[in-house]
Design a protein around this ligand. Structure first.
Ligand code: GDP
Length: 325
């Protein structure tokens, strides 16, 4: 058991992919892994090559298992791409570079779902196969494709926007209507209701956290919870660490800064941990009614991630004490 583990749980973390997974690697070292439930975005999910791909669920699972390709942040370390390469030779679109062993996991998911399993049940079998203690829950069992609306009336699936088209800047809005129409997966609302601490991972606010909040019942469950809600800024020194957060934040009219994300989250969070490079924004964020701390959030290794997770849990305890929760 890890330091402070017994007093920390249950902890529920809203999670996207790479940023979330890096943070969760630290969280399971700052708290007992069995106390942690990750509620994961499924807005990026889509069928590729006949299999159902759930990028964020798999990034979280592979990272916590120590099996992820650390350079890319997704996929399995040492994986080959024989399958997609051959499909490309045969004239199929092959821009989504799914690795061979990754494909096997997605095929497992697809076959199980064809036999009647839910997405959550397949996430559970993958979690067990990697012997993880953390609970990994999709936000919904229903397909919830996030669509990005671009100039000229074009609308593309998030993976087409991100991977095929290279995340262009002409974003006009983001369509979360599928998530809005989907039921939460069994256990999602219950986990939020029974959490002692709610964490918002350093994930893309628009296309990772946005879809989770759009699922009916999630916002209400967070609002009704007594647990402190503490987020981590995915913006460091005025820019995302990686990924298309800048284009997407601008697309929804939000400033690309820690302060901009804090404004977006202020109605429903109690605390926000930002990077030390953005320490000059602490007072402005506190003026929004959000307790704010500035620490090193650039998770270049698991030690930084653990210290960041500790800072998040400490801020949660402080806001709990101040509010007499
Ligand atoms: P995706 O679905 O794979 O894009 O993953 P997420 O939504 O979880 O993460 C993307 C966000 O994580 C981006 O906006 C990044 O800026 C942020 N991020 C990635 N690594 C780090 C890090 O080390 N520190 C912080 N603060 N944010 C990070």
């Amino acid at each position: 058991m890890t330091d402070g583990a017994s007093s920390r749980g249950p902890i529920v973390a809203l999670a996207g992919g790479v940023g979330a997974a890096r943070f969760l690697r630290g969280l399971v070292r700052a708290a007992a892994p069995e106390d942690v439930t990750a509620i994961v975005n499924t807005g990026d999910d889509r069928e590729f090559y006949g299999v159902w791909v759930a990028p964020d669920l798999d990034i979280v699972t592979y990272t916590l298992a120590g099996a992820v390709d650390l350079d890319k942040g997704y996929g399995l370390a040492g994986d080959t791409t024989t399958l997609v390469d051959r499909l490309g030779e045969l004239g199929h679109e092959s821009w989504f570079r799914l690795g061979d062993r990754d494909f096997a996991n997605c095929l497992h998911r697809t076959l199980a779902m064809r036999d009647g399993a839910t997405l959550a049940e397949t996430a559970e079998t993958l979690r067990q196969s990697y012997r993880l203690d953390v609970r990994v829950l999709p936000m919904s069992n229903a397909p919830c494709p996030t669509r990005v609306e671009l100039s000229g009336g074009r609308s593309v699936h998030f993976e087409e926007y991100m991977v095929r088209d290279g995340a262009p800047s002409d974003v006009e809005s983001v369509d979360l209507s599928a998530a809005r129409a989907a039921a939460p997966a069994p256990g999602v609302l219950e986990a939020i209701r029974s959490a002692r601490t709610l964490v918002v991972c350093p994930s893309n606010p628009v296309v990772s956290i946005g879809p989770i909040l759009a699922v009916p019942g999630v916002r209400d469950a967070i609002a009704a919870s007594d647990a402190p809600v503490v987020g981590v800024s995915p913006i460091v020194g005025g820019a995302p660490v990686k990924g298309p957060a800048a284009q997407l934040l601008r697309g929804i009219g939000c400033e690309v800064s820690a302060r901009g994300v804090a404004r977006l989250y202020a109605p429903w969070i109690d605390g926000f941990v930002i990077d030390q490079r953005d320490a000059g924004q602490v007072d402005e964020i506190e003026a929004l009614g959000v307790a704010c701390r500035a620490v090193d959030t650039l998770m270049v290794n698991v030690e930084v991630a653990k210290r960041l997770a500790q800072a998040v849990l400490d801020l949660a305890e402080q806001t709990r004490d101040e509010r007499g929760r």
